[in-house]
Design a protein around this ligand. Sequence first.
Ligand code: FMN
Length: 210
Amino acid sequence: MSRTERQRFIVGITGASGAIYGVRLVEALLHAGYGVHLVVSDAGWRVLKEELGWDVTRRQLAIEKAFGEQAAYIEYHPIQDIGASIASGSFRVRGMIIMPCSMGTLSSIAHGSSDNLMSRAADVMMKEGRPLVIVPRETPMHAIHLENMLKLANMGVRMVPAMPAFYYHPQTLDDIVNFLVGKVLDCLDVEHQLFTRWGESDELPKRNDE
Ligand SMILES: Cc1cc2nc3c(=O)[nH]c(=O)nc-3n(C[C@H](O)[C@H](O)[C@H](O)COP(=O)(O)O)c2cc1C
């Protein structure tokens, strides 16, 4: 199947910590048979280098190296390209996820700035009433961060903070990353098997009196 025949999502990776989340999300969407339109901010590239050791001198090449053959289903858009397909509401996508999302990008979306392709594509999702999922990452948060999140939540944007859960007994970093990516996919009705759901494991949860 060609890239254009697949249903597609936009994935944004910003300069918040947790680049691994964005990369795993792209892998999971490709695995589920979707095409991905990818936007990475300059700070996002910096964090890919710092946290995952990516060689980011040639960006397209870095993507091909990271995703191998599946990179054929990724369309990478430079963040300055405000004339890209995904800048227009007439270009149809299933939705957009920004994972991880910095407080800077969060603010620019909450204020409707549309000052680069990331915030413009997010703005398009909201104006067209399409799903937008944001994974904010910062700690601690001050009132402006929280207000920006509330503004967007009131617009129907799904906020999925990068907060791990421990009730499913994660053993590895992969378990923690997969859980969050799975929660994002749940918001978008994308089937996945990234974690075992509460109540679906063979092992019954222990009661307090046992
Ligand atoms: C290694 C590293 C980690 C960072 N982590 C965060 C973070 O978790 N949250 C955040 O809001 N900013 C973080 N920053 C700062 C942002 O990258 C910075 O504010 C940048 O301007 C955001 O730009 P963007 O929104 O275009 O990606 C981090 C920067 C670096 C270099």
